[in-house]
Design a binder for this molecule. Structure first.
Ligand SMILES: [Zn+2]
Length: 272
């Protein structure tokens, strides 16, 4: 590990990433990631989307289903319901039970509804009371009079790389833009202001100013229009990173869990 760390320090000066929050809400966070390499940013993106474990329903045992939908379709819909509140569970592969199934790696849920009714996610009653659907009013199936749906389901932890139902959310990034404007050769700044789909530019007198640089998505419309008088590039080692959660975990938890997983994976490497 020491060798690898030394090499990174030599290449980029400093290997500790820095994060500056731009926008934050319950389910979404946008930040500037600096002192990073494209490889590191991409590894983080992959870890967030595909490695952070979340709980989802894996098996459904039907005792009654006289709804218009086949068992398989109902089971598929139930599996895709995002669940929150899961604490302390382990992945079935890493559990002491060796994947057989126990209270440490899974929780059961029951559902029993008789029509006429719309079966909703909140009709799922989990044995572990802290586990709940993120969106309680998600419809599963509509039942007519005398139609019934009854099943027992098992929820387990899993990773997004196995199935998207176990994905904690979306992570994506772009390079941090840097815009150079050759003022002398810009004849019609208003035209550029209107042309930019992200409203990056404004005019100040007869000058063109890049005001909302962080909104630039590097579409290059301004570069094409001015045949290179405006030059859009990217800053080295700097990225605009977005994390959007499906609701199971907060974006902060997604990032910290992903960082821990990444660290564990890197430590698993043996460098001679
Ligand atoms: Zn177990």
């Amino acid at each position: 590990m020491e060798v690898a760390e030394k090499k990174v320090v030599e290449e980029v000066g400093e290997y500790k990433m820095a994060i500056k929050i731009l926008k934050k809400s319950d389910n979404k966070v946008k930040f500037v990631l600096s002192k990073a390499t494209p490889e590191l940013a991409n590894a983080l993106r992959r870890a967030i989307s595909f490695e952070v474990p979340v709980l989802a329903i894996e098996d459904v045992y039907f005792t009654k289903n006289s709804s218009a939908l086949y068992d398989e379709i109902v089971a598929h819909r139930v599996g895709l319901i995002p669940l929150k509140g899961a604490k302390g569970y382990t992945l079935p592969d890493e559990c002491k039970c060796k994947g057989k199934g126990c209270a440490r790696c899974q929780t059961k849920a029951k559902l029993k509804v008789k029509g006429p009714a719309t079966v909703l996610a909140k009709d799922l009653k989990f044995k572990d009371k802290s586990v709940k659907p993120v969106y309680p009013d998600m419809p599963i199936v509509k039942l007519l009079k005398n139609q019934e749906l009854e099943f027992e389901a098992t929820a387990t932890l899993g990773k997004g790389k196995e199935h998207s139902k176990w994905s904690s959310g979306l992570a994506f990034y772009q390079r941090y833009p840097s815009i150079y404007i050759g003022q002398k050769d810009i004849k019609t700044p208003e035209k550029i202001v209107k042309l930019c789909p992200r409203n990056v530019y404004k005019t100040s007198g007869d000058r063109l100013v890049a005001e909302n640089i962080l909104d630039c998505n590097l579409c290059m419309a301004c570069v094409d229009e001015t045949k290179g008088t405006i030059n859009v590039g990217s800053e080295e080692g700097k990225f605009i990173f977005t994390i959007e959660s499906w609701g199971q975990l907060s974006p902060k938890a997604m990032l910290t869990n992903a960082s821990k997983i990444l660290k564990k994976q890197i430590n698993g490497l043996k460098i001679r």
